[in-house]
Design a protein around this ligand. Sequence first.
Ligand code: UDX
Length: 421
Amino acid sequence: MHISVIGTGYIGSVTGACLAEMGHTIVFVGRDTRKLDMIRAGRSPIFEPGLDTLLTKNGERIETTTDLVRAVEETELTFICVGTPPDKDGSSDLSQIREVSHTIGKALGTDNKYHTIITKSTVLPGTIEDVIIPILEKESLKKAGVGFGIASNPEFLKEGTAVDDFFHTDRVVIGVRDRKTAELLENLYRPLNVPIFTTTLRTSEMIKFASNAFLATKITFANEIGNFCKELGIDSYEVFEGVGLDTRINPKFFRSGIGFGGSCFPKDVNALIAHAKSSGIIPRILNAVIATNEDQPKRMVALLKKHLDPQNRTIGVLGLAFKPDTDDIRESRALPVIRMLLNEGATVKVYDPVAMAGFKKICPDLTYAASASEVLDADAVLIVTEWDEFNNLDYSGKLVIDGRRLTRARKEAAVYEGVCW
Ligand code: UDX
C-alpha cells in the first residue's frame, strides 16, 4: 500500500521504517527538513538500534515531504504519529494533533478516493471521536466511516528494542467504527502473524493508557516491596523471581530500583490522572504510583549519605539515559539524583555512552567524563542506568550505590548498597 506517516519522531520513524520493511511504500511527512534528509539518506533521525538498516534497505520505497496535503492525496492510508507532550496540568497537549487534523481534513475534501486515517499518537480515550473526527468532518465536508475511514492503532514499542517489538509484538490493537476499516487494518497487520484485537475507538485508546499505567504500577509495586525488603535484609530480586513464577503475575517488568522514566510512563500516568479527575474519579492507585516513583531517587541519595557526606566530595554517576540502549533522557532518574547531589554540595562527574550531549544542554555544569572508568575515580559511584558496558568496569575497592542492580558492581564493590536489595 501507499502510506503517509506524519511525524518523524520516535513512533513515526519506527512505524514508517517497519511498514516499508513489510513491502509498503512510505511517505514520511514532517516539518524538520534535517530529519527528512536523514531518512532519505537511510539514516535514522533517532537513536534506535536497527532503524538505519531498515531505512537503507528499503530506501527505494521511502519518500519524504513537508507537504502534508500532497502526501494525503497521493496515498491510501495516513498514520498520525505526532507528539502529544504533557500540558501544565499533566493532560495531553493536543495542538499538533489538531493542526494535522485540520490539514488532513482539507486534503480529504479535495481527494476523490477513499482515504483512511489512523491515530498512532497516544491520545486519551475520546480524543478521536471528540476532537479528531469533528475537525476532519468540518474541513472535508465528508462523514467519518462513509467519506473516509478512521482508526486508532496505539503503539507498544519500547525504545531500544522498537524494531523487534514492532515485528514480534504481543498484540496489535485496532479501534474502529466500521467493518471496512477493521478489515483494512487487519489485512495490513496479518503478515506479522500476531494476535489482532479489534475494538471501538475509545476502548483502543484506553487500552494504551491502561497498559502503560499497569506496567508503571507493577514496577512501582516492586519498588515499594523492594524498599521494604531492603529494610528487612531480603533480596527483592529473588522475591520477584519467586512471585513471577505465578503465571497469573508473570516475571516481566518486576525489576525494582530507582524507578521508571522515559517519554511514556510518567507522561501517560499523569495524563490518565488528569483525565480521571476531570471525569470525577479519584485515581488513588495512580497518584500513589507517581508519588512513590518520585521518592525512589531520594532513597539512592539517602543510602549514599549513610556512608559519606557528599559535601565537597566528587560523586560519580554512571548512566544518564532513562534506560540503556537509548539516548533519551526524558524523565530520566539521573536528573533528580544529580540535582540532589548538587544541593548537597557535591561535585558531580557523569558518564553515559550516548546521552551526554543531550544532558549537557539541560545540565551544563557537571564534569562530563570521557569514559566510564574515569567516573570510578570519584569518592562514590551511583549507578543510574544499567548499560552493558558498565559491567566491564572494575569496581573493587569502590563505594557503589546501585539503582539498577549491575552484576559486576554487586560482586566486586568494597561497599555496595542496592536501592531495593
Ligand atoms: C514504554 C512501554 O514499555 C511501551 O510499551 C510503550 O509503548 C512506551 O513506553 P519505554 O518507555 O521505551 O516503553 O521503556 P520501558 O522499557 O518500558 O521502560 C520504562 C522505564 O521503566 C525505564 O526507566 C526503565 O528503567 C523502567 N523499568 C522497566 C523498571 O524500573 N523496571 C522494570 O522492570 C522495567
